[in-house]
Write a protein that binds this ligand. Sequence first.
Ligand SMILES: [Zn+2]
Ligand SMILES: [Zn+2]
Length: 298
Amino acid sequence: MSDSTLPAAASSRLRNTISWLAWPGLLAISIAIMAYGFTVAMPALFFNIAYLLLALCLYGLEQVMPHERVWNENDGQTFANIAHTLTSKGVVQAAVVFSTVIGISSYVTPAAEPGYGIWPRSWPMWSQVLLAIAVAEFGLYWGHRLAHEWPWLWRFHAVHHSVTRLWIVNTGRFHFVDSFKSIALGMVILLALGAPMEVLIWLSAITAFIGILTHCNIDMKFGPLSWWFNTPELHRWHHSKDLREGNKNYSENIMLWDHVFGTFYNARDYRPPVDIGIQEEMPPGFLQQLAWPFRRRS
Ligand SMILES: [Zn+2]
Ligand SMILES: [Zn+2]
């Protein structure tokens, strides 16, 4: 080996190591920060710290080792992506407050208190969280699948799929109606079973970490992880314009229900398409995108 190839070989080895370690490593670090947040009784603060750190690491890696270089080019949707993320979060939070005002919480709150429901509160927390993920995924899976299969739900979900590139900033790009539906379906079964608040917080945090990882544009490798978890590799197929690939991989965190209902898809011999998006024409502006699902179709 000549001297000039040494740095190149070392840098490609480093890149290869990072591509294998990035997904599980960053997820594990985020979960560890969250666990620390619980030990000091500040899960919300430490969730924000973990999420911000994760976003910064992913943004940096997107610049130096992108999965698709063309996806790093501006598509003019950054403002709309951020505006959808903020309105979705705002509307969901407002709905929680409003439900307290109109008294829905008097039905919901007992569900999160000790002694209610059949939730196995005596199990170790990690196993309760795993159970919560599997249970919530059932609601999330069907909510997501019906959003693809029922045209009147697809209108809302199409806002998420209308992007022509994947990167961390379109993680939260959901029409607020679509967001509200997902959160309701994910949480309602857990609340009915009496899952405690700590479990719900863990579930929300893990869903947020896996969500931003899933949309990142980084050259990562996953091996058998893609059988178990919703990795970027699987989600890139889900964003394909070809519905034989796109109407697959509906799971949010773990691939359990895609395996059960036969919608798991990962073609290892092919690369997921670069040209992603939807068949319909989505207006470029945020407000027009909010109105788009409600417009009368010809
Ligand atoms: Zn989808
Ligand atoms: Zn997506």
